[in-house]
Design a protein around this ligand. Structure first.
Ligand code: ADP
Length: 252
């Protein structure tokens, strides 16, 4: 996907100074239903802040593609649009977060997705002194169905395109590597319905968990604006994070 030019150059994320002289990483949780634009906003944030995107969907799909033992055990569930077991996802995420590129902060895309995952995340991030903030992307279901119907993916590099808002330069071909675009297995209409049902039953309750546990959360209307406009709103949200603003938190 072609990213828009930002008015400021990407910034290297630095961490917040703690009173004990330690460093506080920043965890940005992008939360929302399938098709709400979490992946798109993650990419904007990566470019702005210079911290990595941790997408559990991408990590799990890679296991399936590579035919690992994990991949084999979850392939059927993923194909059907069902969530994979909490323990497995938690392990994958925490292994990923232990790598050096996450030291200053990271963007969680598609995690946590159940109250159990959220509780585990809160415990682990609390223990490491990480500052958490949730961005909740709210999208009308009719908009989601329309978006997912027009969604195409590059089977080689995983880049997503959309017939309405994010077309490739050449119809049906990936801008980055020239590969022929395909419909993702779980973007077929009947599977999209299953994913939305899973979201309602298992993932929506995570919002209550965030509210109860006092995690800082911003809600954005992600139906009626362009991806770029939504990103501008997120930037404003994040600048509000501390009284001194984001500059203090990640360094500019
Ligand atoms: P979307 O958010 O559009 O549904 P993702 O790429 O985030 O797509 O997820 C694709 C699939 O990967 C999900 O339908 C589910 O099977 C699995 N998955 C991703 N993240 C999680 C998670 N945190 N917990 C359990 N299953 C997950």
């Amino acid at each position: 996907m072609a990213l828009p030019e930002l008015e400021s150059a990407p910034v290297a994320a630095r961490t917040q100074n703690c009173s004990d002289g330690g460093r506080r990483p920043l965890a940005i949780v992008l939360f929302g239903s399938p098709g709400s634009g979490k992946g798109t906003q993650s990419k904007f944030l990566v470019r702005w802040l210079g911290i990595p995107q941790i997408s559990t969907g991408d990590m799990l799909r890679e296991h399936v593609r590579n035919g690992t033992a994990i991949g084999t055990s979850i392939a059927a569930r993923m194909k059907a649009g069902e969530l994979v077991p909490d323990r497995l996802v938690n392990e994958l995420v925490f292994e990923r977060l232990s790598r050096p590129d996450c030291e200053r902060g990271f963007i969680l895309d598609g995690y946590p997705r159940t109250p159990e995952q959220a509780a585990e995340m809160k415990r682990a991030l609390g223990a490491s002194g990480t500052t958490e903030v949730v961005i909740h992307l709210l999208v009308d279901y009719n908009v989601i169905i329309a978006r997912m119907a027009g969604r195409r993916v590059c089977p080689k590099c995983g880049t997503l395109y959309n017939a309405i808002s994010n077309r490739p330069a050449k119809e049906g071909v990936c801008d980055l590597d020239g590969e022929t675009l395909v419909v993702r297995e779980d973007d077929r209409p009947e599977v999209v319905r299953a994913r939305l049902n899973e979201y309602e039953a298992l993932t929506r309750p995570v919002i209550d968990f965030f509210r109860r546990s006092g995690v800082k959360m911003f809600e954005e209307n992600a139906s009626d604006y362009t991806p770029q406009e939504i990103f501008e709103k997120i930037r404003v949200d994040l600048a509000d994070l501390t009284e001194r603003g984001l500059t203090e938190l990640v360094g500019k």
